[in-house]
Design a protein around this ligand. Sequence first.
Ligand code: FPP
Length: 248
Amino acid sequence: MALFQKKTTEEATVDFERLPKHIAIIMDGNGRWAKKRGLPRTAGHAAGAETFRTIATYCKDIGLDYLTVYAFSTENWKRPAEEVSAIMGLLKKYLLEAISKMEKDRVKMEFFGDLSVLTPELRELIEQTREISRHYKGCQVNICLNYGGRDELLRATRAFAQDCVAGKKDPAALTEEAFEAYLFSKGVPDPDLVIRPSGELRLSNFLLWQSAYAEFYFTDVLWPDFSKEELHRAIAAYQSRNRRYGGV
Ligand code: FPP
């Protein structure tokens, strides 16, 4: 099965007993999807938010343990203010809906990134969703917001160095496991499968540490058009691969 999937209607067969534990997705292509339709970019993000809702619900239904999505990067602030504000508005809408159905869905929600720069209203909603779902045991959905892999690694390194200066940690004793406790993704297993739609073949500062042994799947389908069938193709490709983790 190919690394890059051209748009197809071919059905893929998934072994639901052998799902990856953790899927991560770079939700890319919203702008191009809108442009193709003569719509403003913000309409692409609204469609992308709908796709996110569909895929997250489906991941919960099939029993996936973890789904992580890249919603807003540390670099995305460079976009026009109107677009940034539209994405934040969609997030607020999604969180309000998520809060109202959390009891029923029992999806655990987490957020990776520097949230301190978000509006107090958004931070309050994030805290509420975190708090309500803290003890849920089903699918965990991680939304990366104002997230950058390099920023995450710098923050972790800084925090570890401070603990060393304070005499709480010993640099000589640092292990991968101990370092992971300083990452936003603390406690979450590494992604097994990273999906990037829209035809771009880049990681774009997403989960740099965590993707060390991930399988990658790229497709030229734009994120708003990404469907359950696309997800099946990605999982089937993953299931056809032989993961060796540096071994033979
Ligand atoms: C990348 O596409 C997409 C983003 C930077 C924003 C993603 C945001 C959402 C899907 C909506 C809000 C999220 C949630 C979780 C409710 P792009 O704009 O770079 O597309 P392009 O490359 O075609 O221009």
